[in-house]
Write a protein that binds this ligand. Sequence first.
Ligand code: FES
Length: 177
Amino acid sequence: MDEGRAHPESPPEPTRRGFFKIAIGVLAAFGGLVLGIPLIGSLIGPAFRKKPTRWSRVAKVDALPVGQPTSVSFTDRSSEAYLRETVVRNVWVVRRSATDITVYSPICTHLGCRYDWEPNIGRFLCPCHGSLFSLDGKVLAGPAPRPLDTLPMKIESGDLYVEWERFELGISGKIPV
Ligand code: FES
C-alpha cells in the first residue's frame, strides 16, 4: 500500500490562494456593511424622522377680535444645520369664538402673492390675479387651485402659538415644501 498517495475521497487541502479568497471576501462584506449602513440610514431616515416642531407665540387670544380676520406679525426663529435665522412673518388669524381659531398662511395658493382682507366685500382678495377667498378660506373666484392654507396652531395659557410652514404653489394638494 502506498502511504504517500492521497486518497481520492479525502477533501482537498486548503491552499494559500483559497485562504486569501475567503479573507478578501470577508473584508469586502465587512467594508460593504460599514459603508452601507450610513448610506441606507441617510436614504430611509428622513421618512421616519419626525419633523421638529417650531412653535411661535403670535398673540394673546383675548386681544383678537371675534369674527374679524386679523393680520398678526411674529418673530420666527429657525435653525437648519448650522444656519440660524430670525424672520418676521405674518399670518391671518380668524377667531370665531373664545377658542375656535383658524390661522391662515398669508401666501396665496395660486402663485404666492400676499392677499389682503377686504372688509367692504367680506372676502380675502389676492391683488395679483384676482383670487377671492371666503372667511373660511374657500376659493370663490379666480385661478387659486385650492383653499387658503391653514397652519398648525395651539392655545396655551391664553396665548396663541403657530407653527410656520410653506406649501407647494399652484397645485390642488396642500403639500409642505
Ligand atoms: S397669486 Fe394670488 S391669484 Fe395669482
